[in-house]
Design a protein around this ligand. Sequence first.
Ligand code: AHG
Ligand code: MN
Ligand code: MN
Ligand code: MN
Length: 332
Amino acid sequence: HIVSSTLSLSVAGPYLKNEQAEHGPEEKEIPVIVQAICTAAKNISDTLRRGDFTGAGRNTCNSSGEIQHALDIYANEQFIASLTNCGECAALVSEECDDILVLNPGGQYLAAIDPLDGSSNTGVNMSLGSIFSIYRNNIGETPVPGSLSDSTGQLAAGYILYGPATVLVYTTGDGLNGFTLDPASGNFLLSHPGIHIPASGYSYSVNEGNYSLFPSGVKDFIRHCRPGKAACSARYSSRYTGTMVADIHRILFHGGIFIYPALLPAFPEGKLRLLYECRPMAFIIEQAGGKASDGYRRLMDIEACRLHQRTPVFIGSPILVSLAESLIAGAH
Ligand code: AHG
Ligand code: MN
Ligand code: MN
Ligand code: MN
């Protein structure tokens, strides 16, 4: 499999240390670039634990038109520094940088990063995340370097959830594993081997404040989830934190569906970005047996033409994503 031959998951090394690994499978070289991501994540986690950042940012906006909080900027700087120092990252696409950043021209990888996911939750002690996607660096430049335009070059993807515990969930295409940061040793220890999502579930995760802007098929799905008059109708719970990483992490273990649809007419592509939010999350969820779609087609088949391209996203338990797609298809 292209991914496992190029970027193998390792449970050894200073960051992804599996206590069983010392007596378990042979230790494999952990990709230097993943160690760099873990280094940045550890620094961000330590800073969050101290509650250092509640301040405003520099009154600047990113390419998506979002205010950059101080923590957005700090997290971005952490990833840029560690990915530069590792020497393996040729270039970086970041939510917080307008253009692609060239780091180490000879590097064999490209990275796409959401340095801080859930920024609206900064300063109120809610869960936050970071999302990453790693590609082999092919030759040739287009507005989006050739390596990033389609997902076949995506070698690895993962997220870090800064919650009560700091957890790394990561795949190289050979299944999905979770590692919990041990604050005492500074190691990410294998804690959730072989994550598999429930085929269905009874929670839906969407910002219902936008209901009136949803396409009609999405409204049909939401009405299906809401408690119906008939006592026999399935009862779903609504769970939405404002941090995609936290909502999807819950869905990976409990089942359910996360939706950020088009908001008509202003945002026909929705809000979330393809390269550093939706495509890595799609890779992750598929590796857990889940499904990720834009409502019509497999999300991993969407071509990236722009660095900050948005896409509607329906992701989670395969039965629920398929149900949403069928209601969207049947909507008039
Ligand atoms: P980011 O903080 O990286 O910009 O991402 C925020 C995203 C995602 O984490 C979350 O699910 C969604 O925006 C929340 O958007 P709304 O506040 O519009 O619901
Ligand atoms: Mn943002
Ligand atoms: Mn985000
Ligand atoms: Mn972000």
